[in-house]
Design a protein around this ligand. Structure first.
Ligand code: NAD
Length: 254
């Protein structure tokens, strides 16, 4: 499939996990990609893989902290210029921290909000003029199954993901007449940097956490599982999908 030939795509969190898998999926389907991440080493790994796959000439990487307003303003402007416009924004950058809620500091809470929710807002705000100029722009945001279903020790993280869902619905409606589509993916149990190191409390109740096991298969799925759904949503195949979430969790929550 070559659904992204000539299409210009900006992907945050492109240095690891689902963001990186999405970079490679869109490149494999012919797209032009700017991959942004706060982690330069991660981006180097993404570029190395593109080299190996023969897609490096259509990839640009940029170190960018999505929670830094000035950096986002400059980074999005540079990406739009490098790509010659923007068709798709994928906001995959995010962090997970876990703790008992009664032990959660304000600093911890603010950090999660700043990176996950404010980062998604800043990137979207700066990208919107270029996306609207195309008449068919797409924003893919990252919610999580934790936005709608209980995840112990992740109340702050879940709150950021619920906020991202609400934000996505609002912009989908606000800009629908200008052809913009905005959708969320809501992954769960995907093998990534994040889930390999969730930072659970030492006394976490694994009986509660066991409820987060997927019904399908033997365990977690790879990040390319989510990348495939994102490619569908961001392409013409998703042309009538907007203002909603697609859950990708192997049936953990049915
Ligand atoms: N893995 C899962 O099961 C799962 C479930 C639900 C939601 N998600 C969401 O999927 C998205 C991708 O996560 P992942 O699982 O691939 O994890 P990951 O840790 O492998 O990737 C996240 C990437 O975001 C980058 N990042 C973090 N803070 C940033 C910042 N301030 N600016 C720019 N980049 C930053 C990291 O450097 C990393 O490369 C996240 O939004 C996450 O919340 C993942």
């Amino acid at each position: 499939m070559q659904r992204f030939t000539g299409r210009r795509v900006l992907i945050t969190g492109g240095g690891s996990g689902i963001g990186r898998a999405t970079v490679h999926r869109i490149l494999a389907e012919g797209g032009l990609v700017v991959a942004a991440d706060v982690n330069a080493e991660g981006l180097a790994g993404t570029a190395e893989q593109a080299d190996a796959e023969g897609t490096a000439e259509r990839l640009t990487t940029t170190v960018l902290d999505v929670s830094d307003e000035d950096a986002v303003r400059a980074g999005v402007a540079a990406a739009v210029q490098a790509l010659g416009g923007l068709d798709v924004l994928v906001n995959a950058a995010g962090i997970l921290r876990s703790s008992h809620t009664h032990e959660t500091s304000l600093e911890f809470w603010n950090l999660l909000l700043r990176v996950n929710l404010t980062g998604t807002f800043l990137m979207t705000r700066e990208a919107l003029p270029a996306l609207l100029a195309t008449g068919s722009g797409v924003v893919v945001n990252f919610s999580s199954t934790s936005a709608s279903f209980a995840h112990p020790y992740m109340a702050a993280y879940a709150a950021t993901k619920g906020g991202i869902q609400s934000f996505t619905h609002a912009i989908a409606q606000e800009y629908s007449k200008q052809g913009l589509r905005a959708v969320c993916v809501a992954p769960g149990s995907i093998d990534s940097g994040m889930t390999n190191n969730p930072g659970l409390p030492a006394d976490a109740d694994f009986g509660l956490l066991a409820k987060l096991a997927p019904a399908l298969g033997q365990g977690f799925a790879g990040p390319q599982t989510v990348a495939g759904v994102i490619a569908m949503l961001a392409s013409e195949d998703g042309a009538f999908v907007t203002g909603t979430e697609i859950r990708i969790d192997g049936g953990t929550h049915m």
